[in-house]
Design a protein around this ligand. Structure first.
Ligand code: GDP
Length: 192
């Protein structure tokens, strides 16, 4: 029920601008267009919550959503697979590495991937950092409605195979914001 009460808390351009490092938060990462905003909105039963992250100038910021007094979701900045200037990439890498390594209240990392294009370089980078930071991770294969059930399951298994070197640390789930597939399962996992 507290997911429904999610609301924008603050945006941070740097780790030292993040809200107090207490309570618990789970961060969402994904390439642009992966379906991350739609996934956050679906999980929080809201239509426009995560749109904040798309305001120009906010694209490189960490966006914090408050769920209740102690719990937060964090929308991490991503970038597109189109050519991104190296300076932007470097800046992003510094941000992300610092946040994932230093943030004590960070309890887990969700890497959102379009089920039709999983495990891009961006995704592998996030999984690598999450692994180094010892974070439990969830690979969310979203837009599952774009594939037939069998093909979606096959992709899920292929991704599970690909991350089997981090078995126990990474779960892989099918999701669809459109069909609201997986909402309750993901909420249960986030609660843990
Ligand atoms: P973000 O850039 O990662 O935040 O991606 P968005 O959430 O804005 O989604 C990118 C595009 O994918 C939009 O056109 C969405 O409507 C579409 N999309 C997102 N989730 C789903 C889904 O579960 N199913 C389908 N069919 N389309 C989706």
């Amino acid at each position: 029920p507290f997911y429904q009460r999610a609301h924008f808390l603050t945006a941070a351009a740097r780790v030292d601008q993040c809200p107090a490092d207490e309570g618990r938060e789970v961060a969402f990462a994904g390439r642009s267009n992966a379906g991350k905003s739609s996934a956050i909105n679906a999980l929080c039963h809201q239509n426009a919550l995560a749109r904040t992250s798309k305001t120009p100038g906010r694209t490189q910021q960490l966006i914090f959503f408050q769920l209740d007094e102690t719990r937060r979701l964090v929308d991490l900045p991503g970038y597109g697979y189109a050519k991104v200037p190296d300076s932007v990439k470097r800046d992003w890498q510094q941000h992300m590495a610092a946040y994932l390594e230093q943030r004590s209240s960070l309890g887990g990392l969700v890497v959102v991937m379009d089920i039709r294009h999983p495990l891009a370089e961006f995704d592998r980078q996030m999984l690598h950092w999450g692994g180094r930071a010892d974070l439990p991770m969830l690979v969310l294969l979203t837009k599952a409605d774009k594939l037939k059930t069998g093909a979606a399951r096959a992709t899920q298994h292929a991704v599970e195979q690909a991350v089997s070197n981090m078995a126990g640390q990474v779960e892989v789930m099918l999701f669809s914001a459109l069909k609201r597939q997986g909402v309750e399962s993901v909420q249960r996992l986030l609660d843990r």
